[in-house]
Ligand binder design. Structure first.
Ligand code: GLU
Length: 524
């Protein structure tokens, strides 16, 4: 069997968002699972929209996620160059073949002429199809116009009939060639169009499987026609499902179509993010979702991808969507989003705490050795001036505390508040907490809690929660009436640190001391 070779082919005109990252991941994993190779090719033939800085951001994002290429712009490989703008001579060679065969022709129609015909079609509610004006020009005519310096594009000749796309995920899809019409393969600036360059490169780079977003399905018949005209065998196509938000709408600029690097800023681990993305449209047959030890690269199978939309459940459902939500990611734009996206701050406000991403991230934070995630956790602590000051004084103790509280974190960023609460020098009680505690029942409850701590001296979180339960039973209280007064008398706040986390860090003696100090402050 032919060796599996997959590729991710971003256009460098923005940053890498979740959709693009998932496409890259599926290609990467399929190559890993089959012992094949994964290639990164940069598709920068749209000179106006492409930039080196975008290319760098996309490649850095992939590196952060651990999606490493076997061949590509940074890695090199047998098919260099891997950047399309450096491959123009290759496209030219095939263009000449297509022109000679009559499979393509020079088109002298100006941009304005085409635009006005497009407008007319729109006005009549029809899709625009090229009208074939330059199709029948004689070769003498063509030569003399070219000699005279008239600008021209090259169009691919599309004859009538059906074009069948056999897709691993979408099944068999039929396209009517009449609705495609003769399309441009080389623009008047001499650069190839996307559909053309992709075919030449996929062939020359011996790509066996084209795995990409379903938004590209409508480009596929054009690409198939070019493959056939050049006598190239077809790759296997797999167009993977669309990704939608919790509102079941396509991810948009304001909802999820945001740089994957923001997720790093929010404290997600790349391993968790990758595990999460792998489940967007694919599901392992053993239904085990947490795959920390290389299972992904062993189990992933593109044949098991589902064609129904995959839900990216990172955001809360938004009650009032704004008009800004309407625009999804443009088709033909696999890896990148251009402008006007959310900032990390806006993202943070919309986090769905119960998302699968949070669940997985917590599992990875627990699973990985604390030393491995500590450098990241530490940078979150040090980003806060108070945290930085604490670190200067007692870095070793804080690192030790991190080992105990990390199990409570959904995102590494949360570590900063935890550490501040534990290590703050002066305790204080917030106003709402003080007011809440004025209920006489709570005064008694907190005192019994303190006594129990002294008598039972729980040693581990299990013993601590047993104490907690017996406290509730004894005084016949539960729910908020039980945990809220204890929270206020141990932290001074009505929101924040989980009680077991606090216990893990302080132990019974220091916790009791804290209760005494806060009791004094509350009831002074
Ligand atoms: N450059 C294209 C894009 O960014 C790649 C599409 C493909 O994979 O063929 O969408």
């Amino acid at each position: 069997m032919k060796k599996v070779r997959t590729r991710f082919a971003p256009s460098p005109s923005g940053f890498l968002h979740v959709g693009g990252a998932r496409t890259a991941l599926f290609n990467f994993l399929y190559a890993r699972a089959t012992g094949g190779s994964f290639i990164i090719r940069v598709e920068d033939t749209d000179q106006e929209r492409s930039s080196k800085s975008s290319e760098d951001t996309i490649l850095d994002s992939l590196a952060w996620l651990g999606i490493h290429a076997d061949e590509g712009v940074r890695e090199g490989g047998p098919f260099v160059p891997y950047r399309q703008s450096e491959r123009l001579d290759r496209y030219r060679k095939y263009t000449n073949q297509l022109l000679e065969k009559g499979a393509a022709f020079a088109c002298f129609c100006s941009g304005e002429e085409i635009e006005s015909k497009q407008k007319q079609a729109r006005a009549m509610g029809l899709p625009y199809v090229y009208d074939g004006k330059c199709r029948g020009l004689s070769s003498a005519d063509v030569q003399s116009r070219i000699k005279a310096g008239e600008p021209f594009a090259v169009r691919f000749r599309v004859d009538q009939g059906d074009i069948l796309v056999e897709d691993l995920v979408q099944g068999r899809v039929k396209f009517d060639a009449r609705l495609i019409g003769d399309f441009i393969i080389v623009k008047s600036d001499g650069f190839p169009s996307y559909n053309y360059a992709v075919v030449v490169d996929d062939h020359e780079m011996e790509i066996s499987h084209v795995i990409r977003g379903v938004g590209h399905l409508s480009n596929t018949p054009r690409q198939i026609l070019i493959h056939q005209a050049l006598g190239f065998p077809l790759p296997v196509y797999a167009h993977i499902s669309e990704i939608v938000g919790t509102d079941r709408k396509k991810l948009s600029k304001r909802r999820g179509a945001t740089s994957v690097l923001f997720f790093r800023e929010l404290g997600y681990l790349p391993q968790a993010f990758v595990n999460y993305m792998a489940l967007l449209g694919w599901y392992p047959d053993d239904a085990v979702e947490f795959m920390p030890s290389g299972e992904l690269g062993a189990k992933f199978d593109v044949h098991r991808c589902s064609k129904s939309p995959a839900m990216f459940d990172f955001f809360l459902v938004e009650k009032n969507s704004t008009p800004d939500d309407e625009g999804g990611i443009a088709d033909g734009d696999e890896g990148v989003e251009t402008a006007g996206t959310l900032t990390a701050e806006e993202l943070r406000r919309q986090i769905n705490q119960k998302s699968k991403l949070n669940w997985l991230n917590n599992k990875y934070i627990r699973y990985l050795p604390a030393e491995e995630t500590w450098p990241q956790a530490r940078s979150f602590i040090e980003a806060n001036p108070q945290g930085a000051a604490l670190m200067q004084k007692q870095a070793a103790k804080i690192e030790e505390a991190y080992g105990a509280i990390r199990v409570y974190l959904n995102r590494l960023e949360e570590v900063s508040d935890y550490i501040l609460e534990i290590f703050q020098e002066k305790l204080h009680v917030e106003e709402d907490g003080r007011a809440f505690m004025q209920d006489g029942r709570y005064r008694k409850l907190t005192q019994v809690f303190l006594d129990k701590l002294g008598i039972e001296k729980p040693e581990d979180p299990e013993a601590f929660s047993a104490l907690f339960q017996s406290l509730g039973k004894e005084l016949n209280v539960k729910g908020k009436d039980l945990y809220m007064p204890i929270r206020v008398v141990t932290t001074g706040k009505m929101h924040g640190l989980e009680l077991p986390a606090l216990f893990s860090l302080l132990g019974p003696v220091a916790l009791a001391r804290r209760v005494q100090e806060l009791q004094a402050l509350i009831y002074s």
